[in-house]
Design a protein around this ligand. Structure first.
Ligand SMILES: CC(C)(COP(=O)(O)OP(=O)(O)OC[C@H]1O[C@@H](n2cnc3c(N)ncnc32)[C@H](O)[C@@H]1OP(=O)(O)O)[C@@H](O)C(=O)NCCC(=O)NCCS
Length: 204
């Protein structure tokens, strides 16, 4: 409560995070965005500069509201600041779950027993991460996606909206799983996978 939070990224994802910050009893101090061209109002707060301006706001907490996993990784590795973890009050999260700094959990998401979610990840609206999963840093579990129990995702895995990853699988780093896909076997090669059952369509 009562944290002053700077949101890096003045777009739709930033608006959703601003709602969570406010519903959590904290304050949106301002937005920063590299598309900044001058001070302006944005979603009930002010856009006051490019991301680099974070250095002038050292008493605040920060969260990166940018959907691209690689950009979140780059910024989080470069900026020296206190990270804010945003959890919507309607999310259902077991007390045994661990969530890394800078991660956001959106409305109606469910994270079940003994799952670990890494840092700067996105657990998006209405997604489900079942028990005993490991979700790597910078992953994005999109709206309505499901990761079944005891499954481990590497770093920067993007599970598309409504996609399902079967239980007791592993998925390596840097994998994109398309909207509506069903992953039924472990994935060991980076790339883009679509369909039911999911097949690779693009190698990284
Ligand atoms: C898989 C994905 C990454 C591919 O994106 P892309 O490389 O830009 O691909 P395109 O949109 O150019 O589509 C290429 C072809 O694949 C098909 N395709 C794209 N995504 C597909 C999917 N999820 N399932 C089945 N087919 C798909 C397209 O219909 C198109 O087919 P065509 O060549 O016969 O016309 C993307 O479609 C996707 O599913 N992204 C996840 C989006 C998401 O979950 N957003 C949530 C944000 S909160």
């Amino acid at each position: 409560m009562d944290k002053r939070v700077v949101i890096i990224g003045a777009g739709g994802h930033g608006k959703v995070i601003a709602d969570i910050v406010r519903k959590s009893g904290d304050t949106v101090e301002c937005f920063l965005d590299d598309a900044y061209t001058g001070d302006t109002e944005f979603y009930g707060s002010k856009l006051i500069g490019k991301a680099e301006k974070y250095k002038e706001l050292s008493d605040c907490y920060f969260i990166i509201a940018i959907g691209n996993n690689g950009i979140r990784e780059r910024i989080s590795n470069t900026f020296n600041c206190k990270w804010y973890t945003a959890v919507h009050p309607s999310a259902q999260i077991s007390d045994s779950v661990k969530i890394g700094e800078g991660t956001c959990v959106m409305a109606n998401a469910v994270i079940n027993a003994d799952t670990v979610v890494g840092k700067h990840a996105i657990v998006n609206t209405g997604s489900i991460i079942e028990h005993d999963c490991k979700i790597g840093d910078y992953c994005h579990i999109s709206p309505g996606a499901t990761v079944c129990g005891v499954t481990a995702l590497g770093k920067s895995v993007w599970v598309g909206a409504g996609a399902t990853v079967r239980n007791v699988l592993t998925v390596c780093d840097n994998v994109t799983i398309g909207i509506g896909a069903a992953v039924v076997k472990s994935i060991t090669k980076s790339g883009t996978y679509i369909g039911v059952p999911a097949k690779i369509v693009k190698e990284d």
